[in-house]
Design a protein around this ligand. Structure first.
Ligand SMILES: CC(C)(COP(=O)(O)OP(=O)(O)OC[C@H]1O[C@@H](n2cnc3c(N)ncnc32)[C@H](O)[C@@H]1OP(=O)(O)O)[C@@H](O)C(=O)NCCC(=O)NCCS
Length: 199
């Protein structure tokens, strides 16, 4: 049980509030742009370097780090699992969005990673990709689709998920090493979360 009030966090660590969201029925899709300049491409057994590059380009700004600290062999096992679907949003021959659906738990799907690069944010790409995510996820016999988002993510991410039809069911605090202080992310990543410099 966490005490009320402030809890000190060492400067070398990050603290995020995680909101856990789920939906238990296939929702109606929200309106999306038509005649879009992008496509969705499933990437079966992606190369680790390709995956890590896209993961970084979408997520470093939001301090996504879990897949960067994971041992390569563990990551390769996930990427090669037929119950994990990796999709790229392709724009003009460049991959600018990542959609990862994890069906490894029977009857469920985790929207494990979801996001687009800054190049296409705010252009309708996120909503289009979410509609594809919902179609893909609910095309399998699942009873539940779930996702976690945290306070390091895009400030509009939580509201975006709520509009999609996810309901919040839990909140957690996540403590982790600041990836910018251990060489996993450049020091100028995620300017909205300042590095704590204590002398
Ligand atoms: C959160 C995130 C996915 C939202 O995507 P986005 O591309 O910024 O948002 P969009 O432009 O698609 O959508 C915003 C709204 O404007 C609408 N919109 C935007 N441009 C539009 C256009 N040209 N025509 C019609 N509608 C448009 C969308 O339909 C959407 O409406 P809705 O949400 O009410 O249904 C995106 O900001 C992102 O990837 N962030 C970084 C990674 C991240 O934080 N991921 C979530 C962590 S789990």
């Amino acid at each position: 049980m966490l005490p009320n009030g402030y809890s000190d966090v060492p400067g070398s660590k990050l603290a995020a509030v995680v909101t856990c969201l789920e939906m238990r029925e296939r929702p109606a899709l929200r309106p999306e742009r038509s005649a879009v300049p992008w496509t969705l491409r499933r990437v079966v057994e992606p190369r680790t370097e390709w995956y890590r590059d896209l993961f970084r380009r979408v997520g470093l700004e939001w301090l996504w780090f879990s897949r960067l600290t994971m041992p390569r062999s563990e990551l390769e096992q996930i990427l090669g699992n037929p119950d994990v679907e990796i999709h790229a949003l392709e724009v003009d021959g460049h991959d600018e969005g990542l959609l990862e659906l994890d069906f490894r738990q029977a009857g469920q799907c985790e929207l494990a990673f979801f996001g687009v690069t800054r190049t296409v944010q705010g252009t309708g790409a996120g909503r289009w990709l979410m509609n594809r995510a919902l179609e893909q996820a609910w095309s399998r016999p699942i009873e539940r689709l779930w996702v976690h988002t945290c306070t390091h993510d895009h400030p509009q991410a939580l509201a975006f998920y709520l509009r999609t039809g996810f309901l919040a069911y839990a909140r957690r605090i996540e403590i982790a090493d600041d990836p910018r202080l251990i060489g996993l992310a450049p020091a100028d990543a995620a300017a909205h979360i300042p590095i704590i410099n204590r002398t």
